[in-house]
Design a protein around this ligand. Structure first.
Ligand code: C5P
Length: 225
């Protein structure tokens, strides 16, 4: 008799930029003792690598070659963004800039890029479990995940959160430009043909506009428990 392989459980946490996925996802990962995947960092990391190595954002084979050579590690941090290491280099701050987010959302619609990143993301599903944060975790990368949550909030509130976060890190930021960039990214992420940003049919949709971090975490803990 052959043993049936049972995959580790996954909490898929999707939603637009600034909805609180990073903060909430890391708190949940720490509470459950699970691994954490910041899939946005993969797209941002690829954008940064491409910029660093002069690979154009529309050079499909060049981008796929970069993916093949990319080793990314997410270090979970309490009360901070996850620290990201790419090919042995700590690059967290380089990836958090709006420029990296912009380039990431330009390369993210390319089907070949998304296909080449699928296995990298699925390999993160390890015991005792995985919290996966992104746009298409519940729909494409882990459609069979046990728990699916879609976090959202108004664009204004998301821009303000991003502003506070970047300001606290010492970045020189402009709220109006951040809002514009978040709205442009929403449109691009939601309207692309491959794996657009959308809630899985079986996801719990939570609007975090008027919720505290603790309230959101409590709702997710209730779902998982
Ligand atoms: O979540 P974050 O803002 O770091 O993601 C940066 C960009 O990467 C997004 O705007 C989106 O275009 C892309 N992305 C994606 N699929 C994911 C995660 C991020 O297309 N699962």
């Amino acid at each position: 008799m052959s043993a049936t392989k049972v995959d580790a459980p996954v909490l898929a946490l999707d939603g637009p930029s600034g909805a609180g996925k990073g903060t909430i996802g890391q708190i949940c990962a720490l509470k459950f003792g699970w691994h954490y995947l910041d899939s946005g960092a993969i797209y941002r990391g690829l954008a940064w690598l491409a910029h660093d190595q002069n690979v154009a954002a529309d050079d499909v084979s060049g981008l796929v070659n970069l993916v093949d050579a990319m080793v990314l590690v997410c270090h979970v941090r309490e009360n901070d963004v996850a620290q990201i290491e790419i090919n042995g280099q700590m690059v967290t701050d380089k990836l958090r800039t709006e420029e990296a987010g912009e380039i990431a959302s330009q390369i993210a619609p390319i089907p070949e890029v998304r296909a080449s990143l699928l296995n990298m993301q699925r390999r993160c599903r390890k015991a005792p479990g995985l919290v996966a944060d992104g746009r298409d975790m519940g729909t494409t990368v882990f459609p069979d995940s046990e728990f699916k949550v879609f976090l959202t909030a108004s664009a204004e509130i998301r821009a303000q959160r991003r502003f506070d976060q970047l300001k606290a890190k010492g970045f020189d930021v402009n709220l109006a430009r951040l809002l514009e960039s978040i709205q442009a990214r929403d449109v691009r992420d939601s309207s692309r043909a491959t794996s657009p940003l959308k809630a899985a049919e079986d996801a719990l949709v939570l609007d975090t506009s008027d919720l505290t971090v603790d309230e959101v975490v409590t709702r997710i803990l209730n779902l998982v428990n």
